[in-house]
Structure formats: structure tokens, C-alpha cells
Design a protein. Sequence first.
Length: 315
Amino acid sequence: MKHDKQLLLTLFEKMYLIRRFEQKVYEFAEKGLVFGSTHLEIGEEATAVGTIMNLKKSDYIIATHRGHGQELMKGTDINAIMAEMIGKETGICKGRVGSMHVTDRSVNNLGAQGIIGASFPISIGVGLAIRLKNLGDSILLSFCGDGATNQGNFYESLNMADIWKVPVLFVCVNNLYGMGTHYCRTCNIDIYKKASFFNINSDTADGNNVEEVYDKSAVLVDYVRKKRCTALLELKTYRTIGHSAFDRHPYRTKEEIEEWRLADPIKRLEDKLIAMSMQEERIKDIKKNVDRIIEDAARFALESRYPEFDASMEQ
Ligand SMILES: Cc1ncc(C[n+]2csc(CCOP(=O)(O)OP(=O)(O)O)c2C)c(N)n1
Ligand SMILES: [Mg+2]
């Protein structure tokens, strides 16, 4: 589908914001400021942006352990997420959860699980609650990774989804790897085809092409919203960074990473915008503005206080 220039610039701005956010978190992690593990989604930004752009405020998301972009896209204040990354009192969860479990009920972000696959049955429960509580035309967009779809509860949950007709769109961010193991070593079946065992509508898209992600997720979001049933979208992408901030990824070659860097979703859209309508100046302004937002958020986080030890058990 042909998109207008303003939409393309917005998609670009949001992907660039996530990229710069992740680079700042990486910097913090290298300085030892991030407690616990942090999983970055550099290279995968189009998956969060293209899908969540199609949601309403009243829709819900369940993020993954690699979910900073998903959480930012759902509308949580960037300063509050940045402060959460380094455990500060001003963080969205008061510095108690750090990178992996950012939750914000005010924007219907129900958080992420550290246990891979745990989000599937939870998503069915949320979908059932949306239906039983008559929450209008709301839906849940539930993210997962490729590795997670090899867990047994993925299949149990798809079965229940089909039986109970829950308004859930599962979005599988297929970045080819579960930690250091390539997907093709763990399963011979395309992920989007797994839904067909249960008569669940599914599709797949180039997860590094934000316009394609946007278009294909729009169709499935609309389908789930109107039909009040479940669907699955597989997005093929790649993380050009290690599994976690300290993974130096010895299990893949430099050539493989380089090949995917050439398909970088942000660079791709930037090149298209420039070729299309000579938007260099506009792009420069967007980058400058985003860089400032990130620096302000980082300063806010660094200058914020750590929680008092005595308060750490408060609800
Ligand atoms: C049940 C369980 N097994 C193992 C782990 C360790 N673990 C953390 S992330 C991860 C890989 C998940 O791969 P995938 O679902 O593809 O998501 P990605 O990390 O690629 O985004 C694993 C095995 C875990 N957290 N939970
Ligand atoms: Mg993966």
C-alpha cells in the first residue's frame, strides 16, 4: 500500500527513538548501571513500531523480555522508562523491576514475563477477561519470540484461544535465534503455519520493512477486533546486537550480522524517504530532536535518586 509522507516520517521517528533509547541503555549497561539482565532490540525496531501504530489507547499489550520498544510505543513516558532501566525511584515501576518487567497499567501495558512462554496462557486469560468484562472492542496484542513458540504451552494456549475465541493478536518477533541457537536447529515448521493446526488466521511479514509490518498488522488487528477471535503474525527480523548486553555472540558470523545490517529497518526507510522526496532536512531535524529527548531522559534518570532500602517492600 502507498503511504503518505507524514506517516512515513512518523514511523521513521519512532524507530529512531527506540534505536537511540537502546543505545543509551547499552551505554548504561557497560558502565554497570543496569542491575540484572537487559535485552536490546537493535535491528528489530520495525516490529514494535509497525504493529503498535495500529492499536488504540484502550487496547492492551503484553511485551517480551526484549520489550523496551514495545513499552515506549504503548505510550509510557520516556523519562520514566529510562529511570527504570537503572533502578531509580522515578522509574515507571519505582525502580523495582528494571529492564525486563516494565509494566504500566495507565497505558494498558500489562508487562513482560522472564519465563519464556509464560505469556501465552496469561494472554488467553487477558483475552477471556476482555470478552467477559465486555471491554468494548479492545484487543490484546501479545508479543513473543521465535524460541518461545517451541514451548508446549504455546500449543495449549492456541488450542484454548480457538475454543474460547479470545480477541488476541499474537505477534512473533522471529529474530532467528533463541539465545545462541538458530531457529532452524529447533523446528522445521514456519512459525506462522503453526497457527493453522488450530484454524487460527495467520500471516508473515518482512519484519525489517516497517511499511509491510504496518499494513499486515493493520489487517490482523482489524480482523481480531471485528471477529473477536485470535490471530498470529510472524515478523522475520534479526537482532544485530547480542542476546543480552554482555553477549558477544560467538555463535554467528560477522558476515551474517553484516548482511542483516544492510537490511536495517531504519536505514531502509531513511533511504526511501530521501529518494522519494528529498527529506534530508526534515530527517536531520527529527534526529536532532530525538537525540535531545534521549539525552534529557538519560540526565533525568542519572540525577534521580535510588529507592530507600526501607521502602523496597512497599506495594
Ligand atoms: C522457560 C525458560 N527457559 C529458558 C529461559 C532462558 N532464556 C531467556 S531468553 C531465551 C531465548 C528466548 O528466545 P526467543 O523466544 O526467540 O526470544 P528472543 O530472546 O530471541 O527475543 C531463553 C532460552 C527462560 N527465561 N525461560
Ligand atoms: Mg528469538
